[in-house]
Design a protein around this ligand. Structure first.
Ligand SMILES: [Fe+2]
Length: 290
Protein backbone atom coordinates (compact mmCIF):
# COMPACT_ATOMS: atom_id res chain seq x y z
CA UNK A 1 0.00 0.00 0.00
CA UNK A 2 1.76 3.14 -1.20
CA UNK A 3 1.85 6.15 1.10
CA UNK A 4 -0.02 9.14 -0.39
CA UNK A 5 2.82 11.66 -0.50
CA UNK A 6 0.38 14.54 -0.59
CA UNK A 7 -0.91 13.18 2.70
CA UNK A 8 -2.41 16.45 3.73
CA UNK A 9 -4.93 16.04 0.96
CA UNK A 10 -7.34 14.76 3.51
CA UNK A 11 -9.44 12.37 1.49
CA UNK A 12 -6.46 10.52 0.01
CA UNK A 13 -4.77 10.22 3.37
CA UNK A 14 -7.99 9.11 5.01
CA UNK A 15 -8.46 6.33 2.45
CA UNK A 16 -4.88 5.13 2.92
CA UNK A 17 -5.19 5.32 6.71
CA UNK A 18 -8.44 3.41 6.84
CA UNK A 19 -7.16 0.67 4.52
CA UNK A 20 -3.97 0.31 6.58
CA UNK A 21 -5.85 0.00 9.85
CA UNK A 22 -8.39 -2.43 8.41
CA UNK A 23 -5.53 -4.70 7.27
CA UNK A 24 -3.64 -4.91 10.59
CA UNK A 25 -3.49 -8.59 11.57
CA UNK A 26 -5.02 -9.52 14.89
CA UNK A 27 -2.31 -11.78 16.21
CA UNK A 28 1.42 -12.05 15.70
CA UNK A 29 0.83 -15.62 14.50
CA UNK A 30 -0.84 -14.10 11.42
CA UNK A 31 2.57 -12.77 10.38
CA UNK A 32 4.20 -16.20 10.31
CA UNK A 33 4.80 -18.11 7.07
CA UNK A 34 6.42 -21.55 6.90
CA UNK A 35 9.21 -21.78 4.34
CA UNK A 36 10.38 -25.28 3.39
CA UNK A 37 13.55 -24.31 1.56
CA UNK A 38 14.70 -20.71 2.08
CA UNK A 39 17.14 -21.00 -0.85
CA UNK A 40 14.14 -21.45 -3.12
CA UNK A 41 10.92 -20.12 -1.61
CA UNK A 42 7.94 -21.46 -3.58
CA UNK A 43 5.64 -19.00 -5.38
CA UNK A 44 2.94 -19.64 -2.75
CA UNK A 45 5.38 -19.04 0.12
CA UNK A 46 6.64 -15.82 -1.51
CA UNK A 47 3.10 -14.66 -2.09
CA UNK A 48 2.18 -15.34 1.54
CA UNK A 49 5.17 -13.31 2.76
CA UNK A 50 4.50 -10.42 0.34
CA UNK A 51 0.86 -10.31 1.36
CA UNK A 52 1.88 -9.80 5.00
CA UNK A 53 4.54 -7.27 4.05
CA UNK A 54 1.93 -5.35 2.09
CA UNK A 55 -0.15 -4.98 5.23
CA UNK A 56 2.39 -4.24 7.95
CA UNK A 57 5.81 -3.93 6.28
CA UNK A 58 6.91 -7.14 8.01
CA UNK A 59 6.52 -10.89 8.03
CA UNK A 60 8.02 -13.71 10.06
CA UNK A 61 9.39 -16.66 8.11
CA UNK A 62 9.83 -20.04 9.74
CA UNK A 63 12.42 -22.20 8.01
CA UNK A 64 14.02 -25.47 9.08
CA UNK A 65 16.67 -24.54 11.70
CA UNK A 66 19.26 -26.65 9.86
CA UNK A 67 18.92 -24.38 6.80
CA UNK A 68 20.29 -21.37 8.68
CA UNK A 69 23.50 -20.08 7.10
CA UNK A 70 24.79 -16.76 5.86
CA UNK A 71 24.91 -17.95 2.27
CA UNK A 72 21.32 -19.12 2.38
CA UNK A 73 20.31 -15.86 4.03
CA UNK A 74 21.96 -13.86 1.27
CA UNK A 75 20.13 -15.84 -1.42
CA UNK A 76 16.80 -15.69 0.41
CA UNK A 77 17.14 -11.91 0.73
CA UNK A 78 18.13 -11.57 -2.93
CA UNK A 79 14.95 -13.37 -3.94
CA UNK A 80 13.05 -10.45 -2.39
CA UNK A 81 15.10 -7.81 -4.19
CA UNK A 82 17.39 -7.14 -1.22
CA UNK A 83 20.87 -6.88 -2.67
CA UNK A 84 22.71 -3.76 -1.55
CA UNK A 85 23.99 -4.56 1.94
CA UNK A 86 24.82 -1.85 4.42
CA UNK A 87 28.02 -3.18 5.97
CA UNK A 88 29.43 -1.72 9.16
CA UNK A 89 32.79 -2.23 10.75
CA UNK A 90 31.44 -4.81 13.17
CA UNK A 91 29.79 -6.94 10.52
CA UNK A 92 31.75 -9.85 9.18
CA UNK A 93 33.52 -9.09 5.92
CA UNK A 94 30.49 -9.93 3.83
CA UNK A 95 28.21 -7.42 5.56
CA UNK A 96 26.00 -9.84 7.48
CA UNK A 97 26.40 -9.38 11.25
CA UNK A 98 26.29 -12.16 13.83
CA UNK A 99 24.33 -10.75 16.76
CA UNK A 100 25.51 -12.55 19.88
CA UNK A 101 26.97 -11.52 23.20
CA UNK A 102 30.59 -10.67 22.54
CA UNK A 103 32.73 -12.09 25.35
CA UNK A 104 35.63 -9.77 24.54
CA UNK A 105 36.98 -7.34 21.99
CA UNK A 106 35.59 -4.18 20.40
CA UNK A 107 32.03 -5.47 20.05
CA UNK A 108 31.55 -5.62 23.84
CA UNK A 109 31.20 -1.82 23.89
CA UNK A 110 28.19 -1.82 21.58
CA UNK A 111 24.72 -2.65 22.80
CA UNK A 112 23.64 -5.04 20.00
CA UNK A 113 26.46 -7.33 21.11
CA UNK A 114 25.37 -7.45 24.75
CA UNK A 115 22.41 -9.10 26.49
CA UNK A 116 20.90 -5.76 27.48
CA UNK A 117 17.53 -4.45 26.27
CA UNK A 118 17.39 -2.12 23.26
CA UNK A 119 14.70 0.59 23.09
CA UNK A 120 12.56 1.52 20.05
CA UNK A 121 14.52 2.30 16.92
CA UNK A 122 14.80 1.69 13.23
CA UNK A 123 18.14 0.37 12.01
CA UNK A 124 20.78 2.66 10.56
CA UNK A 125 19.27 5.89 11.92
CA UNK A 126 22.82 7.23 12.09
CA UNK A 127 23.44 6.75 8.36
CA UNK A 128 23.27 9.72 6.01
CA UNK A 129 20.10 10.14 3.99
CA UNK A 130 21.69 8.60 0.89
CA UNK A 131 22.38 5.40 2.82
CA UNK A 132 19.21 4.79 4.76
CA UNK A 133 18.41 1.20 5.68
CA UNK A 134 15.15 0.29 4.01
CA UNK A 135 15.23 -3.50 4.33
CA UNK A 136 16.06 -5.31 7.57
CA UNK A 137 16.27 -9.08 7.90
CA UNK A 138 17.00 -11.05 11.07
CA UNK A 139 17.38 -14.81 11.19
CA UNK A 140 17.64 -16.75 14.41
CA UNK A 141 20.06 -19.63 14.53
CA UNK A 142 19.79 -20.10 18.28
CA UNK A 143 17.43 -18.28 20.66
CA UNK A 144 18.36 -17.19 24.18
CA UNK A 145 17.59 -19.45 27.07
CA UNK A 146 15.26 -16.73 28.37
CA UNK A 147 14.07 -13.43 26.89
CA UNK A 148 15.32 -11.71 23.75
CA UNK A 149 11.86 -11.09 22.21
CA UNK A 150 11.29 -8.13 19.91
CA UNK A 151 8.44 -5.65 20.04
CA UNK A 152 7.53 -4.72 16.48
CA UNK A 153 5.52 -1.81 15.10
CA UNK A 154 4.97 -0.87 11.48
CA UNK A 155 6.38 2.67 11.23
CA UNK A 156 3.42 3.64 9.02
CA UNK A 157 1.12 2.85 11.94
CA UNK A 158 3.23 5.05 14.22
CA UNK A 159 2.80 7.82 11.64
CA UNK A 160 -0.96 7.27 11.58
CA UNK A 161 -1.14 7.38 15.39
CA UNK A 162 0.67 10.73 15.32
CA UNK A 163 -1.58 12.13 12.60
CA UNK A 164 -4.64 10.96 14.52
CA UNK A 165 -3.52 13.23 17.34
CA UNK A 166 -2.60 16.10 15.06
CA UNK A 167 -1.20 16.09 11.50
CA UNK A 168 1.06 18.96 12.58
CA UNK A 169 2.98 16.53 14.80
CA UNK A 170 3.79 14.31 11.85
CA UNK A 171 4.75 17.32 9.79
CA UNK A 172 7.15 18.52 12.49
CA UNK A 173 8.96 15.18 12.34
CA UNK A 174 9.25 15.50 8.55
CA UNK A 175 11.47 18.55 9.01
CA UNK A 176 14.86 17.96 7.44
CA UNK A 177 16.52 19.07 10.64
CA UNK A 178 14.45 17.03 13.11
CA UNK A 179 17.47 15.41 14.73
CA UNK A 180 21.17 14.92 14.24
CA UNK A 181 23.61 12.23 15.24
CA UNK A 182 26.92 13.81 16.19
CA UNK A 183 30.03 12.72 14.34
CA UNK A 184 31.57 9.41 15.35
CA UNK A 185 28.71 8.48 17.63
CA UNK A 186 26.81 5.71 15.95
CA UNK A 187 25.87 2.52 17.72
CA UNK A 188 28.30 0.35 15.81
CA UNK A 189 31.63 2.12 15.69
CA UNK A 190 31.54 3.53 12.20
CA UNK A 191 33.32 6.83 11.98
CA UNK A 192 31.15 9.37 10.26
CA UNK A 193 30.35 13.00 9.90
CA UNK A 194 27.39 14.54 11.69
CA UNK A 195 24.13 13.53 10.00
CA UNK A 196 21.03 15.64 10.28
CA UNK A 197 17.73 14.47 8.87
CA UNK A 198 14.01 13.92 9.29
CA UNK A 199 12.28 11.23 11.32
CA UNK A 200 9.69 10.61 8.59
CA UNK A 201 10.44 11.04 4.92
CA UNK A 202 8.91 9.91 1.64
CA UNK A 203 11.28 8.25 -0.79
CA UNK A 204 11.17 8.68 -4.54
CA UNK A 205 9.30 5.43 -4.93
CA UNK A 206 6.52 6.92 -2.82
CA UNK A 207 7.10 4.88 0.34
CA UNK A 208 7.21 6.31 3.83
CA UNK A 209 10.52 5.85 5.66
CA UNK A 210 11.34 6.33 9.33
CA UNK A 211 14.63 7.18 10.96
CA UNK A 212 14.39 6.97 14.72
CA UNK A 213 16.01 6.03 17.99
CA UNK A 214 14.68 6.40 21.50
CA UNK A 215 18.18 6.63 22.88
CA UNK A 216 18.97 9.87 24.61
CA UNK A 217 22.74 9.89 24.39
CA UNK A 218 24.61 10.73 21.21
CA UNK A 219 21.62 12.37 19.58
CA UNK A 220 20.74 16.02 19.15
CA UNK A 221 17.06 16.75 18.71
CA UNK A 222 15.98 20.02 17.21
CA UNK A 223 15.08 22.40 20.04
CA UNK A 224 12.12 23.94 18.17
CA UNK A 225 8.89 23.65 20.19
CA UNK A 226 7.04 21.88 17.39
CA UNK A 227 9.73 19.20 17.12
CA UNK A 228 9.97 18.73 20.88
CA UNK A 229 6.20 18.40 21.14
CA UNK A 230 6.09 15.88 18.30
CA UNK A 231 8.98 13.89 19.77
CA UNK A 232 7.14 13.71 23.12
CA UNK A 233 3.93 12.62 21.40
CA UNK A 234 5.80 9.90 19.50
CA UNK A 235 7.37 8.68 22.75
CA UNK A 236 3.91 8.42 24.31
CA UNK A 237 2.61 6.52 21.31
CA UNK A 238 5.53 4.09 21.41
CA UNK A 239 5.03 3.53 25.13
CA UNK A 240 1.42 2.45 24.43
CA UNK A 241 0.83 1.97 20.70
CA UNK A 242 -2.91 2.28 20.00
CA UNK A 243 -2.77 -0.39 17.28
CA UNK A 244 -0.43 -2.76 15.47
CA UNK A 245 1.94 -3.65 18.30
CA UNK A 246 3.36 -7.16 18.02
CA UNK A 247 5.73 -9.00 20.25
CA UNK A 248 7.56 -12.03 19.04
CA UNK A 249 10.51 -14.11 20.10
CA UNK A 250 12.28 -15.56 17.11
CA UNK A 251 12.84 -19.27 17.62
CA UNK A 252 15.51 -21.33 15.87
CA UNK A 253 14.99 -21.10 12.10
CA UNK A 254 12.59 -18.14 12.35
CA UNK A 255 13.40 -14.75 10.91
CA UNK A 256 11.99 -11.29 10.42
CA UNK A 257 11.66 -9.98 6.87
CA UNK A 258 10.87 -6.28 7.05
CA UNK A 259 11.01 -2.85 5.54
CA UNK A 260 12.96 -1.71 8.61
CA UNK A 261 9.98 -1.34 10.93
CA UNK A 262 10.27 0.02 14.47
CA UNK A 263 11.53 -2.58 16.91
CA UNK A 264 12.93 -3.17 20.38
CA UNK A 265 14.77 -6.07 21.93
CA UNK A 266 14.21 -7.45 25.41
CA UNK A 267 17.10 -8.29 27.67
CA UNK A 268 17.98 -11.98 27.59
CA UNK A 269 19.84 -14.69 29.43
CA UNK A 270 22.05 -17.13 27.58
CA UNK A 271 22.68 -20.78 28.07
CA UNK A 272 26.51 -20.73 27.95
CA UNK A 273 26.48 -24.01 26.01
CA UNK A 274 24.12 -22.63 23.33
CA UNK A 275 24.27 -18.81 23.31
CA UNK A 276 21.78 -16.72 21.36
CA UNK A 277 22.82 -16.11 17.77
CA UNK A 278 20.86 -14.04 15.26
CA UNK A 279 22.13 -13.09 11.83
CA UNK A 280 21.31 -9.57 10.72
CA UNK A 281 21.39 -8.10 7.23
CA UNK A 282 20.59 -4.46 6.47
CA UNK A 283 19.91 -3.26 2.97
CA UNK A 284 19.57 0.03 1.15
CA UNK A 285 16.81 -1.69 -0.80
CA UNK A 286 13.21 -2.06 0.14
CA UNK A 287 11.57 -5.46 -0.32
CA UNK A 288 10.38 -5.75 -3.87
CA UNK A 289 6.61 -6.04 -4.11
CA UNK A 290 6.52 -8.51 -6.98
FE1 LIG B 1 17.68 -3.03 15.31
Amino acid sequence: MRFPSDFLTLSKYQTWRDAKLAAVPERVGDLVVEIKDPEHPSPAERQALLERLGKTNMAVFAAPPASCSKETMRRFCASFGLARLDANQLADDDGISPLAVAPEGTRTRYIPYTDRPIAWHTDGYYNDMAHQVRGLVLWCQSPAQEGGANALLDHELAFIALCDRDPGLAQALMRHDAFAIPANEDAEMNSRDMHTGPVFSVFQDGHLHMRYTARTRSIEWNEACEVQEAKAALEEILAHPPFGLFEHRLEAGQGLLSNNVLHTRQAFKDDPKAPRLLWRARFYDRISES
